[in-house]
Design a protein around this ligand. Sequence first.
Ligand code: ATP
Ligand code: MG
Length: 270
Amino acid sequence: MGEKVFEHTLLETKKVNKIFGAGKKAVHAVRDVDFRMHEGEIISLVGQSGSGKTTLSKILLGLLKETSGKIEYKGVPRNLRSQKARLAYWQNIQAIFQDPFSTFNQFFRVEKILNDCLNLQGLGYLPLVEKQDKMRNACQFVNLKYEELYNKYPFELSGGQMQRLMIARIFMMKPKVLIADEPTSMIDACSRSTILDMLMELRNENRMTILFITHDLGLAYYISDTIYIMESGQIVEQGSAEDVILHPQSAYTKQLVTDVPKLREEWVLD
Ligand SMILES: Nc1ncnc2c1ncn2[C@@H]1O[C@H](COP(=O)(O)OP(=O)(O)OP(=O)(O)O)[C@@H](O)[C@H]1O
Ligand SMILES: [Mg+2]
């Protein structure tokens, strides 16, 4: 893999906190998180269930409001106050969620879901044939047949088809940053590697920056440049994938690494 040097910071959090609720029931889901994504970098965020990974990713996306802290995009404090500003932000930052049902409006047909990507990019004015061409292309990229699906609702698709449809959207949107929250958890190992291949292809074509959120330390080691380890809302370790896996510093990371005994041998590919 070799260590790469990343220069341009895209998205950065400074001492970000998220507290759900108040009083005795308050949950401090994200604690003082400093996190940085560079252009072209692949980052994995690893931690056990409930450690705050999805909460952090929703804050990055602007779907949840942080309780305190700063978030900067390209070195400038992020502004999501107007709908226009939010739409502009979401042209750059897109996500694939754990649960594809939560990604799609269940009342929209596939055709509308894809067409909305074009609208979001300001391509709503294109003639219908051209739009259909683009939608067909995106489906082809993820091995879906547009003709068979355009008229269907999300609940009429299989889990794998929905995952592919999410990637078709990314193909159309070409965001600078993609946040993928356990994108492969619903599908079998074979489609899993196909989907990872698709994401990597998109990344290479568009120099996309990707944040993978996963429980799978082996996968994280295999695909990422940088790994962040999260425990109880805090980042307890961060560094190059090699450093974090081969020379873990925190007790928690050491535990995670020993829980996957064959990790080091299996994933050393060079
Ligand atoms: N909307 C919410 N209201 C109250 N508490 C919440 C809310 N969303 C998350 N939490 C709590 O915040 C903590 C972090 O949850 P989060 O979903 O970020 O964990 P996670 O690391 O993504 O877990 P998993 O690996 O299971 O997806 C948990 O204790 C969770 O119960
Ligand atoms: Mg989660």
